[in-house]
Design a protein around this ligand. Structure first.
Ligand code: PMP
Length: 365
């Protein structure tokens, strides 16, 4: 009889699919200098509204209890807000959690997940974890989704397509008409996830409204979050609006009790304080316009951003620019060899970014 083949290493056998998964790189925290701001994670610079904080904290005296498993009050509030059936709303641990559930629900070994690249860095990670294969379709020269090429990339094995609009990290949006032409070409049995994490910052009238597209198309699902415009990144609440079978699959794939009661309460309070929060969003949008105009005046060509960040395509100069920003007092997010994403933050932080960008360009030319 044959000896069993020795197993390499001593630990438990892990799935081969996990090998080589890049780790998710969080934005670096603000540095330790006298003037430091964090512009590395597309966060909202405003602290929670006092009323939201109060409501959130009111859940703290029942922390010995599990939260509402189905987030029923929050789901009801979201369903009303978007005029969709309650059964079409599913919440999760941040929209990245919901994105992971969507991949788990649709794709496994042998299946393909299509997304633009560069885009949100979690897409390759959650795809690889599921055992499915990533199909990356390069952005156009204008840093936009190449939707015709993404439609061409669909095969019999395609199970899910992410469309990130505005796209992280380039800030570019897809146009409604182009997205509709794309959706017309995608087979009905392929789930298209429109990731609108930055939707509230969009001002381009040609940009799509994912919820409107979802209403007409059973294979479209929209991903939104409380982390960005609503300023609750630390609480981890995201949600999807999807038709019944997909929403039901999200309820099945959810980590039980994955959204704390504090988070649920804060999300509800945020929806009720929406007008105050959207005023802050308007201020950030005004800052985005100011930053974009100033960069253009300096001679930078950055893509027109519809999100709360701007993208500098810097290639070899990426790490040098990130270091210059850090030295000047703002931490940004470099993607080595590609470019730097800088969040639009408080005006003083944006001023530091602009001064650094101007000096960097002068030095380079
Ligand atoms: N989608 C996009 C495009 C993002 O940029 C992010 C956050 N960086 C997320 C989803 C996830 O955000 P959260 O999990 O905080 O909702």
């Amino acid at each position: 009889s044959q000896e069993p083949a020795p197993r390499p290493g001593k630990g438990p056998r892990l799935r081969a699919a996990l090998e080589g998964i890049p780790s998710y790189v969080p934005g670096r925290p603000a540095g330790e200098g006298p003037v430091t701001y964090k512009l590395s994670s597309n966060e909202n610079p405003y602290p929670p509204l006092p009323g939201v904080l109060q409501t959130a904290i009111s859940a703290a005296d029942s922390l010995n209890r599990y939260p509402d498993l189905s987030c029923s009050a929050l789901v009801a509030e979201l369903a009303e807000r978007f005029a969709v059936p309650v059964s079409h709303v599913a919440t999760g641990t941040g929209s990245v959690g919901v994105a992971q559930q969507l991949v788990q629900a649709t794709a496994g070994p042998g299946d393909e997940v299509i997304y633009a690249w560069r885009s949100f860095e979690a897409y390759p990670i959650i795809t690889q974890i599921s055992g499915a294969t990533s199909v990356r379709v390069p952005l156009t020269a204008a840093e936009e989704h190449d939707l015709p090429a993404m439609a061409d990339a669909v095969t019999d094995r395609t199970r899910l397509i992410f469309v990130c609009t505005p796209n992280n990290p380039t800030g570019t949006v897809t146009r409604r008409a182009e997205l509709e032409r794309f959706l017309d070409r995608v087979p009905q049995d392929v789930l298209v996830v429109i990731d609108e994490a930055y939707r509230e910052f969009v001002r381009d009238p040609q940009a799509p409204d994912g919820i409107a597209l979802y209403r007409e198309r059973p294979n479209v699902c929209v991903l939104r979050t409380f982390s960005k415009a609503y300023g609750l990144a630390g609480l981890r609440v995201g949600f999807a609006v999807a038709h019944e079978p997909v929403a039901e699959a999200l309820r099945k794939t959810a980590v039980p009790f994955g959204v704390s009661q504090i988070a649920q309460n804060a999300a509800i309070a945020s929806l009720r304080a929406e007008s105050a929060l959207l005023e802050r969003v308007a201020e950030l949008v005004a800052e985005r316009q100011r930053v974009s105009a100033a960069l253009a005046a300096q001679g930078w060509s950055v893509p027109a951003s519809q999100a709360n960040f701007v993208w500098f395509r810097l290639g070899e100069d990426t790490m040098a620019f990130a270091a210059a920003c850090e030295a000047a007092g703002v931490t940004v997010r470099p993607f080595a060899g590609e470019g730097v994403r800088a969040t639009v933050g408080e005006p003083a932080a944006n001023d530091i970014l602009l001064r650094t960008a101007e000096a960097f360009l002068a030095e380079r030319s």
